[in-house]
Design a protein around this ligand. Structure first.
Ligand code: RIB
Length: 293
């Protein structure tokens, strides 16, 4: 298997563009509809592959047309699919996205992503030889916990992107190496309290992403802010996934956490210039062509 393991969700994004989102009980006329591959796990794997990382996608699709499109998308981007399981008589996950008023709102129907579970005996094999593991929360939480626990035992670093956010067990937080919420997710995973308190409590682990303001972490002495690049957003869907994928690539290349966040901020900043979670993800040469690492 490849060096970087993404264990997580794979979905088809059903995207509606509209001037404004409807309120409860209301119907509005939209302006466009797109079907594009997505899912937080899949997006992170594609971001890694585009940036030159050696990446394996571990997850599940259904035995439907969306699953076929998604498998081909991984293959054409060079993502390993040996552990991408097709579940019989199940739909591929879908994300129902409204782009309106300069932001997105998303409902995820997990479907095949609920089948991303492994017997204990399988976990060591899935993680063997991994340089880093990426996890998110669109698959069963028990799987996330089991993988984080095993990875810690095997000395493999883990990035947990806690999205969509839920209150996290302290044991899970202990087991992961990096935790990458946005401000809203930070509140939910810790159950409230000022973000500064949590940054200090988890130095060199908690990386708080703050959109156009960049990202912050505590280096053990002080809070370090790594600014975002200036860019004009078209669609911010998948920016967090690009950030996490790029962070994994940079860390496996031996960059310091601060350097890795700078690299990830730049990749995420470029990714939001085009529509679709994966549509704007930069290749390594696109990053370099802009004079960016
Ligand atoms: O992070 C963006 C992703 O979240 C979308 O691609 C959609 O699939 C949702 O899961």
């Amino acid at each position: 298997m490849k060096d970087i393991r993404v264990i997580g969700s794979v979905s088809m994004d059903l995207v509606v563009e509209s001037e404004r989102r409807p309120g409860a009980g209301e119907t509005v006329i939209g302006s466009a509809f797109h079907t594009v591959p997505g899912g937080k796990g899949a997006n992170q794997a594609i971001a890694i592959a585009k940036l030159g990382g050696d990446v394996e996608m571990i997850g599940c699709i259904g035995d439907d047309a969306n699953g076929d499109i998604i498998r081909k998308n991984f293959e054409s981007n060079g993502v390993g699919t040996a552990e991408l399981r097709t579940v019989a008589n199940e739909r591929t996950g879908t994300a129902h996205i409204v782009l309106a008023e300069d932001d997105n709102s998303i409902i995820v129907v997990q479907s095949a992503n609920l089948h991303v579970t492994y017997p204990e005996a399988e976990l060591a094999r899935l993680l063997q030889g991994a340089k880093i593991v990426l996890l998110q929360l669109e698959i069963p939480i028990e799987t996330v916990k089991a993988i984080a626990r095993h990875a810690k035992r095997q000395g493999i670093p883990v990035i947990l992107n806690p999205a969509p956010a839920v209150l996290l067990d302290p044991e899970l937080i202990e087991d992961v190496t990096y935790l990458t919420p946005n401000e809203h997710e930070c509140e939910l995973i810790f159950g409230g309290g000022p973000v500064e308190k949590w940054l200090e409590a988890y130095p060199n682990k908690l990386v708080l992403t703050e959109g156009s303001r960049g990202a912050r972490f505590h280096d053990g002495t002080q809070v370090v802010t790594v600014p975002a690049i200036k860019t004009t957003p078209v669609d911010t869907t998948g920016a967090g996934d690009t950030f996490n994928g790029a962070l994994a690539v940079a860390l496996t290349e031996g960059k310091t956490l601060e350097e890795a966040i700078r690299f990830a901020n730049k990749a995420a900043g470029i990714s939001i210039r085009k529509l679709g979670a994966q549509g704007g993800m930069p290749t390594r040469s696109e990053l370099e062509a802009e004079g960016i690492e």
